[in-house]
Design a protein around this ligand. Structure first.
Ligand code: FMN
Ligand code: SF4
Length: 490
């Protein structure tokens, strides 16, 4: 698709025009078409982890590639957590991915939760809660969790440009993309058991610090997610459904014994597709072509993913994700955050955007289609059974119309919480403003993707175009140089 054909949201003058544009794309989205949407459902408190989440906005986890080499936060990290608190959102999901051990870091600046860093995390939490109180002028508090992670295939613990993958299973397309040979060994079952012990230790610290819950992350191609699709892995953690979900069940047991008062949550990629690449026939110097699926006919049936149709892996199959939701329910997990895809291999699925990151491709579809895909999957999974409360993902691309869609999505039961990622990097006050019927248009995220391009080039993530702190930083100049040299070397 050429980007000329895409709906330009900033150019739409009213919610009626937005509703018409999405109908023209054939999308059925919940939209409150009043210019000032009815936010009463969004503003309704809901019990979670023994507290009352004060409203239905959720801040999604977003790391900043801005910690210290020994896994502690910097001023930039602290500022981000404070801004998450200032958002006034009722649920703060994880703040960011925090590694449970050094070799599991996705980059050498990722936070690590160990006894030595726990006091730093405690200060971050205090700062977030203080910012929430200051912004809301009340003495309530949001429900706050910590996302615990091991980055598996995407580990880069010592240098941002030195991959040190710990794979759950071989994957012909991903291994080839990363330059791994077919005999690159997956981690052993013993390694997985020791990882579970590290999770249990980290969870005990999270409980002591005062987090309400931890997220046992199973999304975006990282370790837990890769295991869910490890049909070809031998041993206790691969192959059949029972084995591929053993890791989660053992994690839950281990964390419950080490941190019995801590709530449990899971963020999982409920759908996926094959890796994408820019169409070489429609690329020009400095301008990647639209994304196309990498050739995968030699990998059929496609037994390498979770939530994909094995016979047509660019299509979704929600049979196993539905079973996963039932498992979460059986395990007594109170909240599920539903996402999809991978930021490395199919970013248009995971974070719909108009402008691609430096290692991406032009949108292969209208990004609104990507938003609708997330919303329909979440609605479907939420509707299956009484289970965990559900957070929906990928609302940022709706831009000025986030309040209209968010209000209708909660009111009509599509989701329990509306998750916001990039939007709060550029506009942390959006949740409170939306609840009060205001919107500062100049702060709305326009999906320029610099917050993804920067870390792909070894720089901290942040909203370089719209947040003055980043806009005026020396890193902004370095980012501009790297973008321009990437354009000329294409
Ligand atoms: C800079 C950046 C960092 C992110 N870090 C994480 C993370 O640490 N953990 C996670 O689960 N998702 C992470 N994500 C994904 C977001 O949580 C979210 O799923 C995604 O941005 C789509 O939501 P949005 O459309 O509201 O931005 C990150 C996204 C961005 C842009
Ligand atoms: S850099 Fe800013 S405007 Fe661009 S996608 Fe990220 S948050 Fe949005």
């Amino acid at each position: 698709m050429s980007s000329e054909g895409l709906v330009r949201l900033p150019g739409l003058r009213s919610v009626a025009e937005f509703a018409a544009a999405s109908a023209e794309l054939g999308l059925s989205l919940p939209i409150d078409t009043a210019e000032s949407p009815d936010t009463s459902a969004l503003a309704a408190p809901i019990p979670l982890y023994g507290r009352q989440a004060p409203n239905r906005f959720c801040i999604q986890p977003m790391e900043g590639w801005d910690g210290t080499p020994d896994g502690r936060p910097t001023d930039l990290t602290s500022r981000r957590w404070e801004r998450f608190g200032r958002s006034g959102a009722g649920l703060i999901w994880g703040c960011e991915a925090v590694a449970v051990r050094h070799d599991g870091r996705a980059n050498p600046c990722q936070l690590v939760l160990r006894p030595e860093t726990a006091p730093d995390l405690e200060r971050l939490l205090e700062r977030l809660l203080r910012a929430y109180r200051d912004a809301t002028g009340g003495d309530g508090r949001p429900v706050v969790g910590l996302q615990l992670t091991h980055s598996g295939r995407y580990c880069r613990p010592t240098a941002w440009d030195r991959p040190e993958p710990r794979i759950a299973a071989n994957h012909p397309l991903l291994d080839a993309r990363m330059g791994l040979t077919a005999d690159y060994a997956p981690v052993t079952d013993g390694w997985i058991r020791s990882l579970i012990e590290d999770y249990a230790r980290a969870a005990a610290l999270a409980q002591r610090i005062g987090f309400d819950f931890v997220d046992l992350k199973h999304c975006h191609g990282y370790f837990g997610h890769e295991l869910l699709g490890a049909l070809y892995r031998p041993g206790a953690y691969g192959g059949c459904w029972e084995n591929r979900t053993r890791y989660l069940r053992e994690l839950v047991d281990a964390v419950r014994s080490s941190a019995p008062r801590l709530g449990l949550a899971v963020r999982f990629s409920a759908f996926d597709t094959v890796p994408y690449m820019p169409d070489p026939y429609r690329s020009a110097p400095g301008r990647p072509g639209p994304g196309i699926p990498v050739p995968h006919c030699h990998c059929m049936p496609y037994v390498y993913g979770f939530g994909v149709d094995r016979d047509a892996p660019t299509d979704i199959d929600l049979t196993e994700p539905a079973r996963f939701m039932s498992l979460l329910s059986e395990l007594g997990i109170e909240a599920a955050n539903i996402t999809g895809g991978s930021p490395y291999t199919n970013p248009h699925v995971q974070r719909p955007a108009l402008y691609p990151p430096s290692d991406g491709y032009a949108p292969p579809e209208d990004p609104l289609v990507g938003v609708a895909r997330h919303m329909h999957v979440t609605r479907h999974l939420r509707g299956l059974a009484a289970g965990p409360l559900v957070v929906g993902t990928a609302y940022t691309y709706l831009q000025d119309f986030v309040p209209h869609v968010a209000a209708a999505a909660v009111a009509q039961g599509w989701t329990d919480f509306v998750g916001l990622g990039r939007m709060v990097l550029s506009y942390p006050g959006l949740p409170l403003d939306a609840l009060q019927g205001r919107l500062e248009r100049k702060r709305v995220c326009r999906t320029f993707s610099d917050c993804t391009t920067a870390p792909r080039n070894g720089l901290p993530s942040g909203c370089y175009p719209l947040d003055e702190r980043y806009k005026r930083s020396p890193e902004a100049r370095r980012l501009a140089e790297r973008k321009s040299s990437a354009r000329s070397s294409r």
